[in-house]
Ligand binder design. Structure first.
Ligand SMILES: [Fe+2]
Ligand SMILES: [Fe+2]
Length: 284
């Protein structure tokens, strides 16, 4: 199916949600060299719900701040521009997830917990060898299954059919079931919308290729982290994916990440630990 055909099919269920304009403003401000902390603070404070949620996330144990952050300007000072930008995006994506909860019998908040767990795992997998890209991996994890949310919201009947197939045929995996029912996958849908939302290419690839990591061209390490992180959190049952089974991890991805078997116990322990620290936000 072409992109056009996929979009047309999705639009049968109504317009594709746009990313809140506040996120675009924040992205633009952080990308410009001249934006001050005060200006960024003003932009975020325009959105009360975003501000509240952002402060809540910043104060969750996950970020390990020693002093409570009460204002957005303080959050910007303590966390930095990039982190605040990432938090704003995370909070906005959460909103898109939560608006679809309960529809079509799919546990979207469970899927959110899965996405957050994948984000944590992807970040942990990068921390040792690629620390400068670890926060990028976190965002890749948050976003990787966004296509599922759109399929669920826009095409509930097809979603129900996919679910049926998964439950009645233990041999079929989610990607094949999506292809059979829809003619395209949640990874393709995710790539399409993230392109519409004008995400940078390095962030689109983990969404597009998290189930086919060898196809990555621009950000293979990020793609590897999200691919491995996704299956690891399913295997250790953190969050709740709509896929019933853990799919095979592409062995080459361990090399891409420079991770060896003896590193694994530590990595898994860190994922559990970080997930627990973030729990008060995930359950919000
Ligand atoms: Fe996925
Ligand atoms: Fe996933």
């Amino acid at each position: 199916m072409t992109e056009k055909e996929i979009l047309a099919k999705l639009k049968q269920g109504g317009d594709i949600p746009s990313l809140p304009s506040i996120v675009q403003k924040v992205n633009k401000a952080v990308a410009s060299d001249t934006c001050t902390a005060e200006e960024l603070g003003h932009i975020i404070e325009q959105d009360q719900a975003l501000s509240t949620k952002l402060l809540r996330l910043a104060n969750s144990s996950y970020y390990g701040l020693s002093r409570k952050v009460n204002t957005i300007s303080r959050a910007i000072t303590v966390l930095g521009f990039n982190m605040v930008r990432d938090l704003a995006l995370t909070v906005s994506v959460y909103k898109i997830f939560s608006s679809g909860h309960g529809k079509g019998g799919v546990d979207v908040l469970g899927l959110w917990a899965h996405s957050f767990a994948c984000a944590i795992a992807s970040k942990v997998l990068m921390t040792k060898r690629f620390p400068e890209e670890a926060s990028r991996a976190f965002l890749g994890g948050i976003l990787h299954d966004i296509g599922k949310v759109l399929i669920l919201q826009k095409l509930p009947q097809e979603q129900a059919e996919i679910k049926n197939r998964l439950h009645s045929d233990s041999g079929v995996n989610l990607i094949d079931a999506e292809r059979e029912v829809l003619g395209f996958t949640h990874a393709e849908v995710g790539a399409l919308v993230s392109d519409m939302w004008q995400f940078p290419k390095d962030l689109i690839e983990p969404i597009q290729y998290h189930h086919a990591p060898r196809a990555a061209r621009i950000s293979p390490v990020l793609v590897a982290a999200v691919h491995v992180g996704n299956e690891v959190v399913k295997a250790i049952a953190l969050g709740k994916s709509t896929a019933l089974h853990v799919m095979a991890i592409d062995e080459n991805m361990w090399d891409t990440l420079h991770i060896q078997a003896p590193d694994l116990p530590n990595i898994v322990a860190n994922i559990y630990n970080d997930f627990e620290l973030a729990a008060d936000f995930i359950e919000a």
